[in-house]
Design a protein around this ligand. Sequence first.
Ligand code: ADP
Ligand code: TZP
Ligand code: MG
Length: 274
Amino acid sequence: MTALDVPLEAALSTVLEATPLVNSVTNEVTVNDVANITLHWGGLPVMSDDEREVADMVAIADGCLLNMGTVSATGEETMLTAGEAANDTGVPLVVDPVGVGATPTRTRVADRLVTDLDVDVLNGNYGEISAIAGDDAEVRGVESVGEYGDIAVSAIACARKTGAVVVASGETDIVATEEEAFEIHTGHPMMGNVVGTGCMQGVTLAVFAAAMGDTLQAALSATASYGLAGELAADGSFGEYHGPASYKIAFLDAVAGLADAAPDVTGRIERIEV
Ligand SMILES: Nc1ncnc2c1ncn2[C@@H]1O[C@H](COP(=O)(O)OP(=O)(O)O)[C@@H](O)[C@H]1O
Ligand SMILES: Cc1ncsc1CCOP(=O)(O)O
Ligand SMILES: [Mg+2]
């Protein structure tokens, strides 16, 4: 393993300076959290998801997230329209294949998104990424269950299958390309007790990819920053909490305050031999 230096303060200030407009076609469960965390990073959220408008909105955006958490038949077509607009205009595209593997419909929709679109970043939990890679996976509803000892292997396989930079979230996040994989040793178990932390990670990736350009650097910076905010919320740096609901508030405040918190992840990102 070799440690990788990722300058978070520079990445965070790049995001703040860019103020990227990110259009999220996302699920109705966490849409408000996705909008707010976009703003808290320094981006501008818009949640345009109507077939009549979405291509025009994506064309003027700096980033686009497609999250299939509650995708309907019309929503499926709208996500393809939005993704095609992103590809046509060179807008970085992030896909969160929520619940892929749980039902045949979700598997079909996810496969269509990664096949028909040029996806820059694909983010999902261990089960979702393993399912897309074609490996054994158990996704109950939208939650990853079971053990995934070879998640880095699955993430690289998923990157080779889709051409995307892949972020597999869990106790240790994995960022993988077709050639290499990194372990990101940040985050806190409390993050797993809040619905929406995967969805919010997806739009975080879209914000950083929109601002930074280099997709791998953006994925590493976004993932490390996200986990660091989770840690700072858990250690009380952004207010006392009494359970998962108040933790979520502290987490969102940690995201908004991270740039001024001397974020440092030295030694926390490792390139792994796979
Ligand atoms: N046990 C844990 N320890 C550290 N970080 C965690 C843990 N569980 C989840 N996270 C973090 O929470 C975020 C959401 O991950 P996860 O719960 O896997 O996604 P989803 O909500 O899509 O299932 C990720 O940033 C991940 O690193
Ligand atoms: C519970 C649920 N059901 C459909 S989408 C959704 C939210 C999933 O959020 P996350 O993937 O961040 O846990
Ligand atoms: Mg998720």
